[in-house]
Design a protein around this ligand. Sequence first.
Ligand code: GLU
Length: 424
Amino acid sequence: MGFIEPAPIRDHANPFESMMDRFNVAAEIMGLDEEVYNVLKSPAKQVTVSLPVTMDNGSIKVFEGHRVIHSNILGPSKGGIRYDMAVNIDEVKALAAWMTWKCAVVDIPYGGAKGGIKCDPRNMSRGELERLTRAYTSAMAEIFGPDRDIPAPDMGTSQEVMAWLMDEYSKLAGTTVQAVVTGKPLVLGGSLGRTEATGRGVMISAIVAMEKMKINPYHATVAVQGFGNVGSWAAKLLAERGCTIVAVSDLSGAYYNEKGINIDEAIAYRDGNNGSMDGYKGAEKIGSDDILTLEVDVLVPAAKEDVITTANVNDIRAKLIVEGANGPTVADADQVINEKGITVAPDILANAGGVTVSYFEWVQNRLGYKWNRERVNRRSDRIMKEAFDRVWETAQTYKVPLRIAAYIVAIKKVSETYRYRGGF
Ligand code: GLU
């Protein structure tokens, strides 16, 4: 397929390029035709706005915000909003494309999008964050909509941010529009089970993978990088399934205890310590990066992108990597991972539990009805298991790693839909 350019050798990691490298490999293997390839290789729409916000000291600061809609072939676009100093358009573009593949892998009727504002939410007051969120919502009012583009939380954004977004959008629309955003507080139309949904999907993916690999969870050791919403829920739920969580880490460092960390205690410590594990005494402090190379059965990178690189991949000793974060492994590290025989439950499969329950939240908002937690969990567990099996079978059929298989499943779904819908 001459239209796909081979991946160049790079000395840096760029999440969009990492995404494209895998997309290209999958496209080549499945024989994707050039027309559809060209439709999917670049985002459908990207919007950048500048947001003047009054800070608490009276000064006006101008923030840059983005929203990238990668695709709306499967339905309205869906994806979180990230508040972080590292936000840039390339990152948002990659994250938007990953949302397209993620929704397609778990077979929910959404396209993919992502938003981001370059800011430092930890050093902003609640009032500043509220004004910033309202400014962003107002600037994106034409983009967002329950049938157009539906945001959700991501790194640095919370339920409260989603509540401000819903309120601002509703004011502009002149009526309450709950379904414009997911990940809302329960009282505002949020779904039971949404907070833990991504971590729960990571746990299900890990358990299903262990079953296929004949690893007994009761004998399995796990290291979790990132102790935010995704990492801490994944750790807690894996511990409940019998696994021993020997290490966790966050921005303050990594914490190791070969006998296992008491996750409920660690979460309570973090919550009483400004959200940080700093000073945690239930484990020995080790080097931040050492968490990735511990001798464990399962490694869960649940922090951010580009952490498993060509520099450390040779030292990884886990048998199974379950990607809680989006894009934690750079494409250039894939080959070594495959050569070492490490199984990877890839991001677009393993962390899709969050958007799955977001979909349930949207469905409930539109129904005007609330499901109980049991229904949410049962249905999302089933979707995650079915998606895992689909990807596993595809990997056997094409004799490729799970990551490429997940892309094949996703691209197939989107391209078949595109063929029915067509372009101009
Ligand atoms: N930000 C989450 C993700 O990356 C959730 C997106 C959503 O629920 O729309 O999957």
